[in-house]
Design a protein around this ligand. Structure first.
Ligand code: AMP
Length: 215
């Protein structure tokens, strides 16, 4: 099953994505992670991407489509992808439909995590990612402690997780990403989730819906 996880910055998509792929043996595709990898490699393209991410805008569809094609065309992940943070605008959503058809696959469902704005800000400002194991923590809600085996020196903050960039990221989300919701609603694929709840409760709601769709 291919699943799309949708929600504003700080909604907890990455955390839920990790839970879902573990339980259902899927492959997580986070376009944000793929772009940050490109930045880490310090290529010319990486530097261009960093300047866009750091102001809270969207990277061009062409760059994103190239990343996605590589994965959708890989037979290893046929019909077992979890998209986190993709598609990000209507153009990407329509292109994904075309690619999915071309590679003889299907979108199983789309989850939208709805979260209060004050909570989103706190989740973004408190977010920490381990550079070694990739786990995501939050200094307010889910601090790294016995649940993390790596040295604390590997815990980092994302360069776009600051008060200055948050505002633009919310704006970009409202203008460019939100219209996708209607698109998937019309296709009867959309499931709205209460993303204000605790991590385990959100995960349970998601699993219950997947179970009901499978049954
Ligand atoms: P994320 O890790 O999903 O929060 O994404 C971080 C940043 O990467 C976003 O604010 C965008 O600048 C960029 N980005 C991630 N995914 C996409 C996408 N599908 N299309 C365009 N830009 C993206």
């Amino acid at each position: 099953m291919n699943i799309i996880l949708f929600g504003p910055p700080g909604a907890g998509k990455g955390t839920q994505a990790d839970n879902i792929v573990r339980l259902f043996n899927l492959k997580k595709i986070s376009t944000g992670d793929l772009l940050r990898n490109e930045i880490k490699n310090n290529t010319e393209l990486g530097q261009k991407i960093k300047s866009i991410i750091d102001v809270g805008s969207l990277v061009s569809d062409k760059i994103i489509d190239n990343l996605i094609i590589k994965i959708l065309s890989d037979i290893k992940f046929h019909n077992r992808l979890l998209f986190d943070g993709y598609p990000r605008n209507l153009n990407q959503a329509k292109n994904l439909d075309l690619l999915i058809k071309n590679y003889n696959q299907k979108i199983f469902c789309v989850f939208s995590l709805n979260v209060r704005k004050d909570l989103l800000v706190k989740r973004i400002l408190g977010r920490q990612t381990c550079m070694k194991c990739g786990k995501i923590f939050n200094v307010y809600f889910n601090p790294a402690s016995s649940n993390h085996v790596c040295d604390p020196q590997y815990l980092t903050k994302r360069s776009d997780d600051n008060e200055r960039t948050i505002f633009n990221r919310f704006e970009t989300y409202s203008k460019e990403t939100l219209p996708i919701l209607d698109y998937y609603k019309k296709l009867n694929l959309l499931h709205e989730i209460n993303g204000n709840a605790e991590i385990d409760d959100i995960f349970k709601e998601i699993c219950d819906i997947i179970g009901s769709l499978e049954g």
